[in-house]
Each structure stands twice: as structure tokens, then as C-alpha cells.
Design a protein around this ligand. Structure first.
Ligand code: 4AD
Ligand code: MG
Length: 458
């Protein structure tokens, strides 16, 4: 169907006085004595395009006035009568592509986000999702640009795996065997299954990413990870998009620098390319959002050890739901307090107790902590999990044995430490978490097309 994108009509002054064809869905409509007005959106811009209908020329307007109707409009581009910097279309011919009955749920101007989650196929047609999805797309593209411009190779790591990278046992099993009591033991069941052994959806591409980095030097992955976490929180989904660079010859301070640079690159890109969306989020989701983002890119992130953070939390006088002691895993309430109240900016928390982190992290000389860091940001908490990797074979084996891991499942990974092992580091950035941070949207379910959470796969 020959037509032009609404964003191009709006941004191209050369089209004024020229005939165009546009397509879209009617977002609002208004009928007056001699004229009628439609606001049309085709998804290419947050702003709608006004269609002006002269009722003496186009007489039967009843179908177009119904919200949600899809139409093709042929008409002349003219300067807007009310807003000098915008254009509208004087319609000459309107064709209905798809009618929309009155039970179309998006009749009201504003619905709650909770209600919108019950209509995932239609909530994408709201301004909120229009803005979220465009920011998400821009951020995804700029992540690729960031790494591509710096000699990283984009690697596609497997989604089906036999190993558990994070060791948390939160994996979705992959099986082709349905309900059956034919097998006497789990081992027998696994042996009869598709791969002849137990398989699951990957929680992280890191282990295979490390394999690639030991040849390509600098790599990144960008794909979905899956976690069967039972936590029903505003920041966990069972399927999330994961950006995981892995860098040979990088120690912890080097990877921290790269992580900060990436986050600032993402924010700068959004500030440059998504200002209409940011203004929308600033007005409706987080007052002062744009100023916050401008501030973040113009200051260094804080760096603080876990031990210092525990001290600061304990002496803060604040009553937390979960009390803090050295050795405890930090909860969102602690992470947010550290970023929002103690540091008042994004902070890399470093050197966590080894017991609360995964087996692959480099052990520090103190024997108690590992060279790991989480990036904590105000309002969201953790958005990056990062570490230098244990490159020493004996120390790695010791950490795996202490955890009772089956070394056979990690043969390839272990072999990297035998053949030209090098210091190396990497991190995982949760795409949805950074989208929450840059948009001010507070629930992860509202920054992804179809959120998968415990008990919900609508
Ligand atoms: O801290 P995590 O578990 O680290 C890893 O997976 C490492 N293997 C990464 C690496 O070093 N290559 O997860 C990394 C990030 C978190 O900081 C968070 O942003 C995101 O992934 N994430 C989730 N996002 C949404 N829902 C969940 N259930 C998530 N779990 C982790
Ligand atoms: Mg983590």
C-alpha cells in the first residue's frame, strides 16, 4: 500500500502544500458542526497527526470517528492552524481498512498500567507503549553500535544448555518427555530424554561467552536469558534480554570502566534520539527524569566496597525489613538505599563475600571476598552483575568442589584455564532494568511486550 510514515510527514517541511497518503489507527476523534478531526498514529512517532475533515466534502464520517479504526487518508499537507511548528492533513479521501467496534477497550484517555497488562495485544497502542518500545529499540541498537565500534565480536551463545552459570538452580528444564511413571529414577528419565542428559534454558551466555573471548578477545552476547525465580517483584521476569560482554586481558577496574562507558553511551543516545519520549516519561512517570539522566552522564559513578556499604547501612539508623550483617545478600531495599541515599548516584559495589556469589568469580587475596561488582542505580537497584573471572585452574576447581558442582558438566569451561588462560572479566546488563531506569517506568512488566512471570504466561 503506497503511503508515507507519519514521522516523515511531521519532519519534512518540503511536503507542505503537497498531496500525501498516510495510514494509521484513529487515536482520538472530534466532531463539530462543519468540520471533524482525527488524530492518527501509525507507530512511527509518539505525536499523532491531525486529519482535518471538511464535512461538506466528506459526508459519511461515522466509521472514522470510532477509536481504534484503521484508515488510509489521502490529502494535502498544510501548516497547523493552532501550532505553528506542526502540520496537519486536509483530507480528500478516507478509506476504512478495519472497523473497530465500541467494545474496543482503549476508549478512555488514561488506563492504569495494571489494567493494560490484562490486554497485552492492545496496550501496545497506548502512548506509554509507543514510547517504551521506541526507547527499547533505540537502546538495543545503540548497544550494538557501542560494541561494534570498539572491536567486539557479537556472539550467539546457545539458549539450551547442560550447565548452570549462576549456580542458583533456577533453570527451566527442557524436556520432550511428558507425564510418565515409566522411569524408576531421575537419571533414567534424563537418559531417555532428547539430549540423553538433563538440559535447561540458559540463565546466562557467560560460560560460552568466555570460550569465545579466549579466541576473539572481546565479545558480547545480546539475547534472552531465562530464570525460574519464584520472586514476584516489580523487577524480575522469567525471560529477560541480557547483554553480556566478555573481555580478555581485562581486570576488575578495566571492566568497571567499560560498564560505566556503556551506561553513559546508552543514556546519551536516548537523550539525543528520544527526547519526545523522555518528555512524555518526565511528565507522566518520573518528574525530573531528563535532569536526572543529564546529571548521570556528566558525573563519575561512585565506587564502594560491599564491606563499606554494610557499615554505612548499619550506621544509617534506617529500619530495613531485612536486617543487614556482613555476609548477607543485599535486597532491593538495601541496594536502593545505597544508591539513592548514601551515594545519590549510580554506584559500583565491589568485593562481595564469596559465599553469596557464583563459582566463577576471581577470589581476592583476603580469602573472604571475590573481585565482583554490581552496578546499583537509584529507583531500580541492581542493573549490572559483573566480575573478574577466576583464571587460575586450581582455585576454580576448589570453588566448584566446595559448591559440590558436577565438573563433568563444565569440561569446556575448565579447559580454558589449562590452555593459555588469561585474566579476563565480563558483566551482564539486564535490558529491561536499564529501560526502567531511563524511562522511569517502575514495573518491569511494563517495559517488555509480553512479560513472563511466575504464574503468568498470557
Ligand atoms: O547478576 P546476574 O545474575 O549475572 C549474570 O548472569 C552473569 N553471568 C553476568 C556476566 O557476568 N556475564 O545477572 C545480570 C543482570 C542483572 O544485573 C539484572 O540486570 C539482569 O541481569 N537480571 C534480570 N533482569 C530481569 N529479570 C530477572 N529475573 C533478572 N535476573 C537478572
Ligand atoms: Mg546479580
Amino acid at each position: 500500500m503506497k503511503h508515507i510514515d507519519i514521522i516523515d510527514v511531521m519532519n519534512n517541511a518540503n511536503l507542505i502544500g503537497k498531496p500525501v497518503t498516510v495510514c494509521g489507527w484513529v487515536r482520538t476523534s472530534r466532531d463539530s458542526k462543519n468540520m471533524a478531526f482525527l488524530e492518527l498514529n501509525d507507530g512511527t512517532s509518539l505525536k499523532h497527526l491531525q486529519i482535518v475533515i471538511d464535512k461538506s466534502a466528506i459526508t459519511d464520517i461515522s466509521e472514522y470517528m470510532k477509536l481504534g479504526t484503521s484508515v488510509k487518508v489521502e490529502g494535502m499537507v498544510v501548516k497547523s492552524v493552532v501550532a505553528a511548528d506542526s502540520v496537519e492533513i486536509n483530507a480528500e479521501k478516507i478509506t476504512v481498512l478495519g472497523t473497530c467496534p465500541p467494545e474496543y477497550p482503549l476508549q478512555k484517555k488514561r488506563h492504569t498500567l495494571e489494567y493494560l497488562r490484562t490486554i497485552p495485544a492492545l496496550r501496545v497502542r497506548t502512548n506509554t507503549f509507543n514510547a517504551v518500545l521506541r526507547v527499547r529499540s533505540t537502546v538495543s541498537a545503540c548497544i550494538h553500535e557501542f560494541f561494534q565500534a570498539r572491536h567486539y565480536t557479537y556472539i550467539h551463545t546457545p539458549l539450551i544448555t547442560a550447565s548452570d552459570c549462576e549456580g542458583a538452580g533456577e533453570m527451566f528444564k527442557v524436556t520432550t518427555i511428558g507425564y510418565s511413571n515409566e522411569y524408576k529414577t531421575e537419571e533414567e528419565y534424563d537418559a531417555a530424554d532428547f539430549f540423553g542428559r538433563r538440559a535447561a534454558l540458559s540463565v546466562s551466555g557467560q560460560l560460552e561467552g568466555e570460550v569465545a573471548a579466549m579466541a576473539m578477545g572481546k565479545i558480547y552476547t545480546f539475547g534472552p536469558s531465562f530464570r525460574a525465580e519464584k520472586s514476584n517483584t516489580p523487577r524480575h521476569v522469567a525471560e529477560f534480554w541480557h547483554v553480556e560482554p566478555e573481555v580478555a586481558f581485562a581486570e576488575l577496574p578495566d571492566i568497571i570502566e567499560i560498564a560505566e562507558e556503556l551506561i553513559k553511551h546508552i543514556i546519551n543516545t536516548v537523550l539525543e534520539k528520544c527526547m519526545p519520549e523522555l518528555k512524555f516519561f518526565d511528565a507522566h512517570f518520573e518528574k525530573g527524569l531528563i535532569e536526572k539522566l543529564q546529571n548521570v552522564v556528566s558525573h563519575d559513578f561512585a565506587v564502594m566496597t560491599y564491606t563499606e556499604a554494610i557499615e554505612a547501612l548499619k550506621s544509617s539508623g534506617k529500619e530495613f525489613q531485612y536486617p543487614v550483617e556482613w555476609g548477607c545478600d543485599l535486597m532491593t531495599e538495601h541496594e536502593r538505599y545505597i544508591a539513592e541515599e548514601i551515594c545519590k548516584r549510580p554506584v559500583f559495589l565491589t568485593d562481595y563475600p564469596k559465599e553469596i556469589k557464583s563459582f566463577y568469580m576471581k577470589q581476592n587475596p583476603d580469602g573472604k571476598t571475590v573481585a565482583a561488582t554490581d552496578l546499583l542505580v537509584p529507583t531500580v537497584g541492581e542493573i549490572i552483575g559483573c566480575s573478574e573471572r577466576e583464571a587460575d585452574l586450581d582455585k576454580l576447581l576448589e570453588a566448584m568442589n566446595t559448591r559440590g558442582m558436577n565438573l563433568d558438566d563444565y569440561k569446556d569451561y575448565i579447559s580454558l584455564r589449562k590452555f593459555g588462560s588469561v585474566p579476563h572479566s565480563g558483566f551482564g546488563l539486564g535490558l529491561e532494568r536499564i529501560i526502567m531506569y531511563v524511562t522511569g517506568v517502575q514495573n518491569i512488566r511494563d517495559v517488555i511486550l509480553y512479560p513472563r512471570t511466575v504464574g503468568n504466561i498470557s
